[in-house]
Design a binder for this molecule. Structure first.
Ligand code: DGJ
Length: 721
């Protein structure tokens, strides 16, 4: 249904979701404005906002005619004029099954530019997406120098912002700070892995330091896998100005005559239920609309990397498959090291691009491995890194012009001293990358899972294909998206993990083609609690690969108990990253139990609503969180000690998200204690659990020789009818 609204009186639009409202104005001949974004307004309240003193702000401020205000868009006109004057020329709204789409069209009265601001509401998930389309309607080229996806004014008060930072092996760490005068910039220029050092999402708490389950919070997520910036500007006005979009640095976008440029979408969510409330909205929306197969349970898998690294061979793979199958796993993934004929992949210095099996390691090829997996009753998955090559490879020897490289410069190498990024702007490279997946899956249709890795940033900023170097980032990501579209069109059912040196591709712009991401190469349980906490701000457990690994941990060398490692791993998409043949029978038995327990709660974890309870960042010596089904009949509660001192006194574990009027039976999962918890099998009302809570013993009650400094609990709550 399309409703065309052109008259002045109808120029105010109230865009509602179940629990939020946004008020926009698009009066013909004036600048488009925004008045409000927050909790749902009652009928008539939008009209009263002005009377309440609320002020209109520019919706999409343009540079040059507004004093010193930060712009969301700036451009150089064909004649060199730097100014842009956007005046509304049209307003269009239409409905779709879960909300409305509003399009505000503005044009410059003097210069040939049209800008469309789109807003799409997702009513049931409380999400509003915005994006922009900029068209050069003139006869000559103009150049965009800033082209953000959106601008949101936030009323000054005790406003805090949480962003995610990190590096390799420390992704998704929370940085929380008050928004003060000046400029805060979160910027990422990696080119291929944009969630390592920072994330393209932020939480804005309107009521002081954010709380998990109360308080007004706005979340925003830029749906873009390439370079970006989030800009928070606070000047002398009553508003913070929040902008997000593709990073325009070194990327002026030349807009040819008649050309339109569309920005990636920026998703907002408002919740009055704190950080976790916003997370629940993003998780529900993501699973339904963005994540590939967001409604399909993920298999429990063993990945070979930390178990054998590059030492792939047929008996070794068979042994690992047998072991994971015997522990109840459902999938085995063979990681790096299986390919390369002229240059066998024995370490990270060669072979990327030569995706032919190394018959010295695997005489029966992939086909034989798939048969072995079938014989063990599990599925088979395989690692590739299709966007990359090494200078030591047959691919590079044939196509040195396929790598990213600034014209006239020598290669700049990455991992292994020889790695290079392929130029996805080049359609022949796109065909090649599609062909890698197509070849593997045509020859081995029983392959169930692909781990798609990307271990290098764009280090030499240039394309040997595209003429316009400034468009490299956009051309690369458009090329990758096109390639992924082709893969998904032909292989809609395959599961694909986005790995990028660990957690470099946790982003809602990437996940439509991927089923999950590898959260981090760091599998240390303690550090994972911090990383998974931050990552869960925007991404659901179903997408967050979380594996049980060996101790001492391969990255931080910490020694933790198996129980602790399992209890952390099973709060995400459970898997293993270990050499099972080095485990004792008792350890394997325990993992068998953990996997069985996980399977019994998998729908709760993977499709449930998250309620984070006590943050590890609050340094209280423990952290806890839970998942609750939407109908609140089941819940899984996690409690992990994060510091160990004698004479610690932890508070009772007060829960959240339950139905106060329902009664829940408590059952401990992954149990190692000699005696059951006193409340094992007992029933409590949701009200009691949320108001009073349960005592969590500070340590696990195990034999003296089994005692460690780690302690954790997983409790399963089921409604007692
Ligand atoms: C980086 C990934 O994050 C690891 O899990 C592993 O797949 C290696 N690459 C393989 O080279």
């Amino acid at each position: 249904m399309n409703i065309l609204i052109t008259c002045l009186l109808a120029s105010t639009v109230v865009l509602n979701t179940s629990n939020s409202s946004m008020v926009l104005n698009a009066e013909t001949g004036k600048e488009a404005k925004i008045l409000y974004y927050g909790s749902a307004l009652e009928a008539g309240e939008a009209d009263a906002l002005e009377a309440a003193g609320y002020r209109w702000n520019s919706l999409y401020p343009a540079f040059g005619l507004r004093g010193a205000d930060e712009p969301a868009i700036s451009m150089i006109q064909a004649d060199g004029n730097l100014t842009l004057d956007l005046r509304v020329t049209g307003l269009h709204t239409e409905t779709w099954e879960n909300g409305r789409i509003v399009t505000i069209t503005s044009s410059d009265p003097v210069y040939p530019v049209t800008v469309k601001n789109f807003f799409k509401s997702y009513s049931s998930e409380d999400i509003i997406e915005t994006w922009v389309e900029i068209t050069n309607t003139g006869k000559k080229e103009s150049v965009l120098t800033r082209y953000y996806s959106g601008h949101l004014p936030v009323r000054v008060g005790d406003v805090w912002v949480s962003t995610l930072y990190g590096t390799w092996a420390n992704e998704g760490r929370v940085c929380e700070e008050p928004l003060n005068r000046g400029m805060k910039l979160v910027k990422n220029m990696d080119g291929t892995r944009n969630s390592h050092t920072s994330h393209a999402e932020a939480m804005i708490s309107l009521d002081g330091k954010a709380r998990e389950n109360s308080g007004r919070v706005i979340g925003l997520a830029l749906e873009w896998g390439g370079n970006y910036e989030l800009r928070f500007q606070t000047n002398d006005s009553d508003y913070h100005h929040v902008f997000a979009g593709i990073c325009p640095d070194n990327a002026p976008y030349a807009l040819a005559k008649g050309e339109s440029f569309r920005t990636p979408a920026l998703a907002y969510s408002y919740s009055g239920q704190g950080l976790s409330g916003v997370s629940r909205n993003f998780h529900r929306w993501g699973r339904k609309y963005r994540l590939s197969h967001g409604d399909v349970e993920r298999k429990v898998l063993l990945n070979s990397w930390e178990g054998v690294y590059f030492n792939i061979n047929e008996p070794g793979m068979d042994q690992m498959m047998g072991d994971i199958a015997s522990m109840g796993g459902e999938l085995f993934v063979m990681d790096d090291g299986w390919f390369g004929v002229k240059y066998p992949r024995k370490d990270d210095c060669s072979s990327l691009g030569d995706w032919e099996v190394d018959r010295n390691k695997l005489p029966g090829g992939i086909g034989r491995l798939v048969e072995m997996a079938d014989a063990h009753g599990i599925r088979f998955g395989i690692w590739i890194e299709p966007e990359m090559t090494n200078s030591v490879s047959e691919l590079y020897e044939k196509h040195p012009d396929w790598v990213l490289k600034a014209p006239g410069r020598d290669n700049v190498y990455g991992r292994g001293g020889t790695q290079l990024v392929l130029d996805l702007a080049n359609p022949r490279v796109q065909d090649f990358v599609f062909g890698i997946v197509d070849g593997l899956l045509t020859q081995n249709p029983r392959i169930d899972y692909i781990k798609w890795d990307a271990n290098m940033n764009v280090s030499s900023y240039g394309s040997q294909y595209t003429g316009d170097q400034a468009k490299l980032d956009i051309a690369y990501w458009n090329g990758l998206q096109k390639t992924c579209d082709r893969i998904r069109a032909k292989y809609p059912d395959i599961t694909i993990q986005a790995c990028a040196s660990g957690g470099g591709r946790a982003n809602w712009g990437v996940l439509p083609w991927f089923d999950e991401f590898w959260t981090s190469d760091n599998t240390d349980a303690l550090q994972r609690i911090y990383m998974q906490w931050g990552t869960s701000y925007f991404f659901p457990a179903i997408a967050m690969a979380s594996h049980i690994s060996a101790t001492p941990n391969h990255t931080v060398f910490r020694i933790t108990s198996l129980k602790y490692r399992c209890d952390v791993a099973c709060s995400g998409r459970l898997g293993m990253e270990i050499q099972p043949k080095n485990m004792t029978d008792a350890e394997k038995d325990f993992c068998r139990r953990v996997i069985a327990d996980y399977k019994s709660v998998r729908p709760v974890v993977q499709f449930g609503d998250i309620y984070r309870l006590t943050s590890p960042y609050d340094n209280r010596g423990y952290a806890s969180m839970m998942y609750v089904t939407p109908v609140k009949d089941k819940a899984v509660f996690y409690w992990w000690k994060i510091a160990n001192f004698y004479d610690q006194h932890f508070p009772r574990a007060v829960m959240a998200g339950l139905d106060p009027d329902k009664t829940y039976r408590v059952h401990e999962l992954n149990r190692i204690d000699l005696t059951p918890l006193p409340y094992e099998g007992k029933c409590f009302t949701g009200r009691f659990l949320m108001e009073n809570g349960l005592e969590i013993p500070a340590s696990n009650n195990v034999d003296y020789n089994m005692k460690t400094d780690w302690s954790s609990r997983v409790l399963y709550l089921t409604e007692e009818l």
